[in-house]
Design a protein around this ligand. Structure first.
Ligand code: TEU
Length: 509
């Protein structure tokens, strides 16, 4: 067998730093806390961590609004803490991927402060500025994901600026080569500090249509895979011109060339319910503009039937045959899958097994391995601005962002202070310490199935063939030049196809 790259078929554990481990007693997790818990992460058998943003930020979007790409936010520690984290991770055999939010900055970034000050300063063209229509309204019909128009009036420049997310997240102008150069330099800065790769936030949002054409009406209904809440008008418009532009390919090629020099890898988050599959092939296919693409198919829906899994792979085979997806069932933006799909423990174990037998790479989200359900957050405790905007139809993203539960100490061992989001009582029944002591626990199951994937080259890098769903029973094969595995999973609470409820059979031969 040929040796494959670490990321190919690898398992990546996503850490949300605010909620992993607090060491300073302020109720918010930090980098030293991550370092402290790295032996636990390594014990799971994963290949890498992806750490959500810890850069200097006013935290309007909890770090996805960066005001200094080369600085560590004081809430999370100092650069020394990051250097220690990387060193410790590497000692433990873990790769470190950090989360680059390049599509937009915070409005507190010095570039934006200068850009908005006049129309002729050195950073004037670093953001997307446009004149109003003759009647004073925004330049076109583009909408922000977080609510309202994507344009915000700036009284000083007497122009609108583009923001695909919060008003406080102005969109960088990638049509300006100086912006690209600076961001590539910034990525080099982190590669030189030893990171092994990046998760690229909203990678298909970098470019907008330079002519600022109106988005056309939505041609068809939302796909089943959309994670987006229906209450949001953004999800009822096409996004032909505000994202996923052809110019992005050339930028990604520049980025890929930089990465090659370091042997680093990226996983790009493609948020586009209309064109995700096309972009998947375009970005991660034969041209290798990115290594992995984060796909949303298993991050949504009322359930995940065997038939839907096989449909997803059928489509992938026909539309994006050379792509390399990275699968996930939970993350920091969506309802935890245990609650989203109403899974019992046996059901959750079956889905974990299937996920870790699929072809592609896999992202696990902190707490998933404990079987944590979504936390119910009252409006008064709500932190997420997206949730505040669309409450109560959409309750926001705080329910999946509550702290990790480690032991029976105060606040589950997360912090000695009141945590920034409340820890549900139900979570305290599922601490790491409690699950370590129980051979039947979710934690042991995840560890076992991650280990299975590690030990079987066919699961990690082999082909996947003959996927088929008969009622609730999903079957497929994984094979490489060393071994063939036959997988049969009963994704239902009833006996089916000779399998017990939620039984997954993996047969070598
Ligand atoms: O998310 C991009 C994105 O498209 C999300 O807004 C997604 O549609 C939504 O959260 C689903 O509920 C990334 C980050 O993952 C998110 O945390 C940031 O808020 C966003 O970018 C802006 O940087």
């Amino acid at each position: 067998a040929t040796k494959i790259d670490w990321w190919k078929g690898g398992v990546i554990y996503q850490i949300y730093p605010r909620s992993f481990q607090d060491t300073t007693g302020d109720g918010i997790g930090d980098l030293a806390g991550i370092t402290q818990r790295l032996p636990y992460v390594a014990s799971l058998g994963v290949d890498a961590v992806w750490i959500s943003p810890f850069f200097t930020s006013p935290m309007k979007d909890f770090g996805y609004d960066v005001s200094d790409y080369r600085g560590i936010d004081p809430l999370f520690g100092r650069m020394e803490d990051f250097d220690v984290l990387i060193e410790r991770a590497h000692e433990l055999g873990l790769k470190v991927m950090i989360d680059l939010v390049m599509s937009h900055t915070s409005d507190q970034h010095p570039w934006f402060a200068e850009s908005r000050a006049s129309r002729d300063n050195p950073h004037a063209d670093w953001y997307v500025w446009a004149d109003p229509k003759p009647d004073g309204t925004p330049p076109n019909n583009w909408l922000s994901i977080f609510g309202g128009p994507a344009w915000h009036w700036d009284a000083r420049r007497e122009q609108y600026y583009l923001h695909n997310f919060l008003v406080s997240q102005p969109d960088l102008n990638f049509h300006n080569p100086a912006v690209q150069d600076e961001l590539l330099d910034m990525a080099r800065f982190w590669l030189d500090r030893g990171v092994d790769g990046f998760r690229l936030d909203t990678v298909n949002f970098y470019f907008h249509d330079a002519q600022l054409r109106d988005n056309p009406p939505l041609a068809r209904e939302l796909r089943k895979s959309d994670t987006a809440p229906a209450v949001n008008p953004y999800n009822h418009q096409s996004h032909r011109f505000d994202k996923s532009q052809p110019e992005n390919v050339a930028f990604l090629e520049r980025f890929a060339a930089l990465l090659r020099g370091y042997g680093a890898a990226v996983i790009g988050e493609i948020g586009d319910s209309e064109r995700a599959l096309e972009l998947l092939e375009e970005y991660t296919g034969v041209a290798g503009r990115m290594q992995m693409s984060y796909v949303f198919d298993f991050l949504s829906g009322q359930d995940l039937a065997a038939t839907r899994i096989s449909e997803v792979f059928d489509t992938l085979h026909s539309v994006a045959p050379n792509s390399w997806p990275c699968w996930a069932m939970s993350n920091h933006d969506v309802v935890r899958h245990i609650s989203r799909w109403g899974l019992s423990d046996p059901a959750a174990k079956a889905y974990a097994t299937v996920l870790l037998c699929l072809k592609g790479s896999v992202c696990l989200y902190q707490g998933e391995e404990l079987g944590l359900p979504e936390a119910d957050i009252a409006f008064d405790d709500l932190q997420d601005p997206y949730g505040k905007e669309f409450w109560p139809e959409f309750k926001g993203r705080d329910g999946c962002r509550t702290p990790m539960v480690w032991d029976m100490g105060v606040n589950g061992g997360f912090s000695t202070a009141k945590p920034w989001l409340p820890i549900p009582h139900a979570h305290l029944q599922r601490t790491v310490v409690a699950q370590e002591a129980d051979a039947q626990s979710m934690l042991h199951h995840y560890r076992w199935v991650i280990g299975l994937r590690r030990r079987h080259s066919a699961l990690r890098g082999g082909d996947m063939t003959d996927m088929c769903a008969q009622g609730p029973v999903l079957t497929f094969n994984r094979a490489d030049d060393r071994q063939t595995l036959h997988i049969r999973a009963n994704l239902s609470a009833d006996e089916a196809g000779g399998l017990r409820p939620w039984q997954v059979q993996i047969i070598e031969g």
